[in-house]
Design a protein around this ligand. Structure first.
Ligand SMILES: C[S@@+](CC[C@H](N)C(=O)[O-])C[C@H]1O[C@@H](n2cnc3c(N)ncnc32)[C@H](O)[C@@H]1O
Length: 352
């Protein structure tokens, strides 16, 4: 009975989130077409079969999310941890920010960043308005809107997609099962506002969690979210995932979610090499990012529209990149991957 109620509540919540995403996108695209037609994204028409396929794949994601919670991989409470009141308060701010986003898109202005940013402190590829986002990743305003914007973009599936790193992570950590849980250290590269760390804390209540990101503002937001989660506060460190300040072999697991598609190819390889360096032999790397053309050709139009609607300069290269080959080049063994809706999850082990 309890399981049935959980299932019903979960499905109702996901349907609500999905509707918010669909209605918001439809309204903003139409409005933009009226107010700034030349700046409206020139997207490819979506064939009806693709909608059906997306829905089917999304339903599979939700079924797996529930199933893994029921199997005890993470607490079912994680399924419902969306900060609804907070989002309701922020939603008008998303709309208020929209005209600025539109005008940047119209003017093809992708380097519109806060004036006080120390540009020398960041790699050049980072100093852009990814998704045409106001201030890029470099302000508290951007950090405060990011999670809601991502939920809108993915129709409420962002956290269910992030949770797909948990099963391979727990499986990979099995090789350290003789260690006390409190001596397991997991590093989340490009942690952003910490949503992945929130999921990991649910699955690994005793582990030492560390998050690294280039954006101080996003780390401040991560600190706010994570302070609400029971358990020890994860350590948050500002730094570049290509060259972190941590020692060789200092962690048993590394995760990295939704970073790779925003990096040029060389930086992508650097991040995978860095994950390998940081892992203790036997440690596991779990990587999640957008699906690619090779594994999900049925979603080609969706991938094309993502590139057209948002500023994602490295995405066309990313969706053609051979990540298995890159992981092997970095030194990983037992590399495998699986797709969940719009996310592909890779895992690899550092040889003993
Ligand atoms: C699309 S967001 C993903 C954030 C988070 N992992 C999530 O699931 O929401 C990309 C994040 O990568 C960070 N980032 C980009 N390049 C980076 C780099 N070279 N090193 C560390 N963080 C980086 C950005 O600041 C941003 O927080």
């Amino acid at each position: 009975m309890a399981d049935l109620l959980t299932k019903l509540a979960y499905q109702t919540m996901q349907t609500g989130k999905g509707l918010l995403g669909l209605v918001h996108k439809e309204a903003s695209t139409r409005l933009m077409g009226l107010v700034a037609p030349e700046g409206a994204p020139n997207t490819v028409p979506v064939p009806p079969e693709l909608f059906k396929e997306l829905k089917r794949s999304m339903d599979q994601l939700h079924a797996l999310d529930l199933e893994e919670a029921e199997r005890g991989l993470y607490p079912p409470s994680l399924l419902f941890d969306a900060p609804w009141l907070d989002w309701a308060a922020r939603y008008p701010l998303v709309w208020l920010d929209t005209p600025r986003t539109w005008s940047r898109r119209q003017e093809r202005n992708v380097r519109d960043l806060p004036r006080d940013v120390e540009t020398d402190a960041f790699p050049d590829y980072y100093l852009q308005n990814f998704h045409h986002q106001t201030d890029g990743y470099l302000s508290d305003t951007s950090a405060s809107l990011y999670d809601l914007q991502v939920e809108i973009l993915f129709n409420g599936t962002a956290d269910p997609m992030r949770r797909r790193v948990i099963a391979p992570l727990l499986q990979g950590l099995g090789s350290f099962s003789d260690r006390p849980a409190s001596q397991i250290r997991v590093l989340d590269l490009a942690t952003g506002t910490g949503r992945t760390l929130m999921q990991l804390r649910g699955a690994l209540p005793q582990a030492q969690l560390v998050g690294l990101d280039l954006s101080k503002a996003y780390l401040r937001q991560a600190n706010r979210w994570l302070a609400e989660v029971p358990g020890e506060l994860p350590q948050l460190v500002q730094g570049n995932a290509e060259a972190t300040p941590f020692a060789d072999a200092s962690v048993q697991a590394v995760t990295c979610v939704f970073l790779l598609h925003e990096l040029p190819p060389e930086a992508r390889q650097n991040v995978l090499n860095e994950a390998f360096r940081l892992l203790e032999p036997g440690g596991v790397f779990v990587l999640a990012d957008s699906v690619q053309l090779a594994d999900s050709p049925q979603f080609e139009v969706a991938m094309e529209n993502f590139r057209r609607a948002f500023h994602e300069p490295y995405y066309p290269d990313y969706i053609r990149d051979d990540i298995n080959a890159r992981l092997t080049t970095a030194g990983f063994e037992a590399v495998s991957a699986a797709s969940h809706y719009m996310t592909r999850v890779w895992q690899g082990r550092k040889p003993r």
